[in-house]
Write a protein that binds this ligand. Structure first.
Ligand code: PEP
Length: 270
């Protein structure tokens, strides 16, 4: 039985005071939850603050990105070792926004986001290796653009991203990865993917894992859905066989709505 997961990706939101308040609210509401894995991924500036708030709870800390080198002349980047020293146990890798792939037309209009954010399948793979080598659990994001879905390319895009992410990763190491299927057109847009379709793609990811590694690995790996998860739609998503939880942006920014998502994750375990 896979443990349900609810991971909050705060993105570029919350200064230190706001992060403290939000982490405090989540911890007060769900800090002692045992039947679901609750992960908060604040901006890097608030990692240490949030770590202190969650210290005596079951809530875990994740970062939103990392760089693959251990140290050196890489201005603005953060290594796995630095994230570990802030108390992180998880790190999001390959989020579509880090790949410069946006679901919201306003953001897509910003020039050359791919070059600014820069992640490619190859860099995602290097980051996964660095995270795993350091003992961080990567939450690896994959998903198609609206145009790719409309062209019937969803399965090919997702399969290519999953296979590229896992290049050179041993089965033992892969056991520490969490995958998140995040259709880009559903991220921050209010458009949620139908639960059946999200389940189908998460199931396909599991089949790819079985083909690369083994049925055991595929059965044991937590696969999340992300894309406009909210209290109103979470139950339908959590009821799906292949969806083990959510990677949540907007609805993780309020302790009340995130608390309701955690409750749905706990309920799905029972
Ligand atoms: C995300 O940040 O990965 C995400 C899915 O955002 P939202 O829940 O706001 O769509």
């Amino acid at each position: 039985m896979r443990k349900p997961v609810m991971a909050g990706n705060w993105k570029m939101n919350c200064d230190n005071e706001e992060a403290l308040q939000l982490a405090d609210g989540v911890t007060a509401r769900a800090g002692q939850v045992e039947d679901a894995l609750v992960i908060l991924c604040p901006p890097a500036t608030a990692l240490s603050t949030v770590h202190q708030v969650i210290a005596n709870s079951n809530v875990k800390l994740g970062a939103q990105n990392l760089f693959w080198e251990e140290e050196g002349a890489f201005t603005g980047e953060l290594s796995a070792k630095m994230l570990l020293s802030c108390g992180c146990e998880f790190v999001i890798v390959g989020h579509s926004e880090r790949r410069g792939r946006f679901g919201n037309p306003d953001e897509a209009e910003v020039e050359d986001l791919g070059a600014i954010f820069g992640d490619t399948d190859a860099t995602v793979n290097r980051k996964i290796h660095a995270a795993l080598a350091a003992g961080l659990q990567p939450i690896v994001c994959v998903g198609e653009l609206l145009a790719e879905r409309q062209a019937g390319a969803t399965d090919d895009v997702v399969e290519d991203q999953v296979r590229a992410a896992l290049e050179g990763v041993t089965e033992e190491a892969a056991g520490n990865i969490i995958f998140a299927y995040e259709p880009v057109w559903a991220i921050g847009t209010g458009e949620v993917c139908d639960a059946d379709e999200a389940d189908r793609v998460c199931g396909m990811i599991r089949q790819i894992l079985a083909a690369i590694y083994s049925d055991d690995l595929a059965e044991g790996m937590q696969v999340l859905y992300g894309g406009s998860v909210k209290p109103e739609n979470v139950e339908g998503l959590m009821a799906q066989d292949n969806i083990d939880g959510g990677l949540v942006g907007g609805a993780s920014l309020q302790a009340d709505s995130f608390g309701r998502l955690i409750e749905a994750a706990v309920a799905s375990a029972g």
